[in-house]
Design a protein around this ligand. Structure first.
Ligand code: ADP
Ligand code: MG
Length: 309
């Protein structure tokens, strides 16, 4: 079925919609009414009708839990982190279709894990691609090369071509890049989206108390875009996050992820990284929808993320 098969959409309207990114039945089915009106000049009533028809065509109503289980079995995949111990607490690795967040102090190896996942996405999927949004200027091609060396199947030259890097220079630019990503995942090749780190610009640009509401609104829009891409196109989205110390914590480790409730709601899996004994790192899984809280140790070596010997 094509967009022009929807009621009230001729070639001219379909072209206008396509140039605003609504180039598939799916994109129309999940679009807000106002966006279709703005993009095409159609009336609100027509937009409602078009969206309803698109949703029906996509079968986007209720489904049985049994069918949900079957759909997940065929669709969902997991990316290995490089460490068997860490994969085990995640029940196999980083899941497609949702956002996984890692947070921790600087040097806790967030970027190393992101780079390792990018290499493994290319290893698990021979034609797979990675979209990598770097906000801290910490992406290093040399690390990709080093991490490739542990896999016989892959060639570093080829992997470097399949990782598409974008540096984000401001929070607005970062939001723009995430919106652009939607057009790039549609052909199904993208097997991982990384944002390293998600809050860096937001934290630097919105400093006062008075700006918090605006910051959270923008952050919400950004995370919403990422969740939607993850879910609709079945891509794992891996975001790293900075931390702050919670002054109210009386016991235990006061380190907390920044970004507030909005971040907590958007990240389906949250992993806290910290330095462990003898140069190791510890990953702690928190608040997963179907997995218990658990910890695993790993090490960062020249070859990337590996199990403790
Ligand atoms: P974060 O993103 O959490 O700030 P990084 O992912 O940049 O932290 O981790 C940096 C750490 O990774 C360094 O402290 C170092 O221990 C380790 N690391 C980086 N490159 C290598 C390498 N080539 N060999 C071994 N360890 C490395
Ligand atoms: Mg980093």
């Amino acid at each position: 079925m094509n967009v022009t098969d929807l009621p009230g959409i001729g070639p001219a309207t379909s072209e206008k919609l396509a140039s605003a990114g609504f180039d598939s039945i799916l994109a129309i089915a999940v679009a807000p009414v106002s966006s279709l009106v703005d993009a095409s000049g159609m009336t609100e009533a027509t937009a409602r009708k078009v969206i309803k028809a698109a949703r029906e065509a996509m079968g986007m109503g209720f489904m049985t839990a049994e069918n949900k289980e079957k759909e997940d079995e065929t669709k969902i995949f997991r990316l290995s982190t490089g460490s068997k111990a860490v994969d085990d607490i995640l029940s196999g690795g980083v899941l497609s279709g949702c956002i996984t967040e890692v947070y921790g102090q600087f040097g806790s190896s967030k970027t190393q894990v992101a780079l390792q996942l990018a290499v493994i996405a290319c290893e698990q999927f021979p034609d797979g691609e990675v979209l990598y949004i770097d906000t801290e200027n910490s992406f290093r091609p040399i690390r990709i090369r080093q991490m490739c060396s542990r896999f016989k199947k892959i060639d570093a030259e080829d992997v470097l071509k399949r990782i598409k890097l974008a540096k984000a220079y401001s929070s607005d630019h970062q939001i723009f890049l995430s919106e652009q990503a939607e057009a790039l995942v549609k052909d199904g090749k993208v097997k991982l989206i990384v944002v390293d780190s998600v809050m860096n610009h937001f934290r630097a640009e919105y400093t006062g108390r008075g700006q918090l509401a605006e910051r959270q609104q923008k952050l919400n829009r950004h995370l919403h875009t990422l969740s939607k891409i993850a879910d609709l196109y079945n891509v794992p989205v891996f975001i790293t996050n900075q931390v702050s110390a919670n002054p109210g914590a009386m016991f235990g480790d006061p380190t907390q992820s920044i970004g507030g409730n909005i971040m907590g709601h958007s990240s389906k899996y949250r992993i806290y990284l910290r330095r462990g004994k003898a140069g190791s790192r510890v990953a702690k899984l928190l608040d997963a929808p179907e997995l218990p809280d658990a910890e695993a140790s790993f090490v960062i070596t020249e070859k990337g993320v590996e199990d403790v010997e």
